[in-house]
Design a protein around this ligand. Structure first.
Ligand code: PLP
Length: 439
């Protein structure tokens, strides 16, 4: 009997023993084709020779050094690289996971307001149908009923506005521009109702990830949102823990939205799963207020700016740049979306195929024309996953797509190194899974 605590407390997961490229192998020798990078993590696949070599090289140098006393070349260079690509952010700190950097973003947002002499600016606004992490702080700003689970009573209060979810919420006759204006007005109204002297920050996933499967904003949405935030002196904090680091075909997904936020969080793909590492990038304005105020960041954790993790993340980022993988991500993403649409054109329960780059969502519906939320719930997601595993395919299905309760989806986030033939095989196998499970 295993001594490990699993997510599902009553069943053992598969024993994974090997990985090569986009394939994983279990202890019986069965191979699985990965359509989702685990959970949008494995952007370079497994056993990438440059990363393997980097481990050997870097582990010989330095495993760990306390960030209170030391910095390292790897942390400095990684920060330089991430800041340089950010379009205007100034500083970065590295932690171990997405929840940690989102929690740090919440703390810095409030510390910043306090150090400006505005301690009443303490309210956080987020969006329904979102996920920002598993700590009590980040869960409180996650508009995700499933993940909040029984913990509701423990969560600090937070405010919510509508997501930007054009497939379901764009009104008949409304243009995308009008829709973006309506959503920005909703945020404006919310801040006015709370009083801008009480609001610290607005949080959003640039492209929504696991909650409802790769939902991109409509053009102009974030420009209008940023304008509202600036007018009310509210920080705009983007969560790109899933969408960042090349997943959408840009280092930062917001590059396609024509804005730069006050802070951005990245994680999962930062070291492509070879190391648990995440980063929070902040603007010069936010950093300067704290630096010229107390001069001390009100957060400390053991593995801050972890030398080996930074070194591996740096090598991952170099591979992405030198192998021109952002362009590959855009091409493969187009292929994945168009092949999914083609191969499932005759399946009326496939309602929407969307996303950016290799961040692709498929939403199930009762009928394509009616768009009624699919009634399968968690049971359908589980059936898809089981059938896929049986057929040697790793997929990331979910339920509660529409409102936390109704709807089903699948999120695709394959490795950036997926070949055209591998993407075609993912689509072929997935199509067979959908047909085998039926409705
Ligand atoms: N933010 C987003 C958008 C995520 O998708 C996730 C994880 O799925 C998190 C935050 C939390 O990251 P982690 O699970 O690494 O703590």
């Amino acid at each position: 009997m295993s001594k490990v605590i699993y997510k599902n407390l009553n069943t053992s997961p598969i024993l994974a023993v090997n990985g090569a490229g986009v394939w994983l192998e279990d202890a019986s020798g069965k191979r699985y084709l990965d359509t989702c990078g685990g959970v949008a993590v494995s952007s370079l696949g497994h056993a990438h020779p440059r990363i393997v070599a980097a481990f050997e090289r870097e582990a010989k140098k330095l495993a760990w050094a306390h960030a209170g006393s030391f910095t390292t070349a790897a942390a400095e260079e990684l920060a330089e690289q991430l800041v340089g690509a950010s379009g205007g952010l100034a500083r970065a700190q590295f932690l171990s996971g997405g929840s940690e950097v989102m929690e740090l973003a919440m703390k810095i947002a409030y510390q910043y307001q306090c150090e400006r002499g505005l301690p009443t600016k303490s309210t956080f606004i987020s969006r329904r149908q979102s996920y920002h992490g598993s700590t009590l702080g980040t869960l409180s700003i996650s508009g995700n009923a499933q993940r909040q689970s029984v913990f509701g009573p423990l969560l600090p209060p937070a405010e919510f506005v509508s997501p930007c979810y054009a497939y379901r919420e764009l009104r008949v006759g409304e243009s995308e521009e009008q829709y973006a204006t309506r959503l920005a007005q909703e945020l404006d109204d919310k801040i006015n109702a709370l009083g801008s002297e009480n609001v610290a920050a607005f949080f959003a996933e640039t492209v929504v990830g696991s909650t409802n499967a790769a939902v991109p904003p409509v053009p102009g949405y974030f420009r209008k949102i940023k304008e509202v935030c600036e007018r009310h002196d509210v920080l705009l904090i983007l969560d790109e823990v899933m969408a960042g680091m090349g997943r959408t075909g840009q280092m930062y997904a917001y590059a396609d939205d024509g804005i730069v936020p006050d802070m951005v969080a990245v994680g999962k793909g930062l070291a492509a799963g070879y190391m648990p590492i995440s980063a929070l990038l902040i603007s010069d304005r936010v950093h300067s207020v704290m630096a010229q105020g107390s001069g001390v960041l009100g957060n400390g954790q053991t593995h801050v700016n972890h030398p080996l993790a930074c070194a591996i993340a740096l090598e991952v980022q170099k591979v992405i740049a030198e192998e021109n993988l952002l362009a590959t991500v855009r091409t493969r993403g187009e292929q994945l979306r168009s092949w999914l649409r083609e191969s499932l054109a005759d399946v009326d329960t496939v309602g929407d195929v969307r996303g950016r780059g290799l961040f692709v969502g498929l939403e199930f519906v009762e009928t394509r024309t009616g768009k009624e939320p699919f009634r399968g719930g968690g049971a359908y997601a589980a059936a898809l996953k089981q059938e896929a595993l049986k057929r040697g395919l790793l997929i990331y299905p979910g339920s509660g797509t529409v409102d936390g309760t109704h709807g089903n989806h699948v999120l695709f986030a394959p490795p950036f190194i997926s070949s055209e033939a591998e993407v075609a095989e993912m689509v072929e196998r997935f199509s067979a899974v959908v047909r085998a499970v039926g409705q």
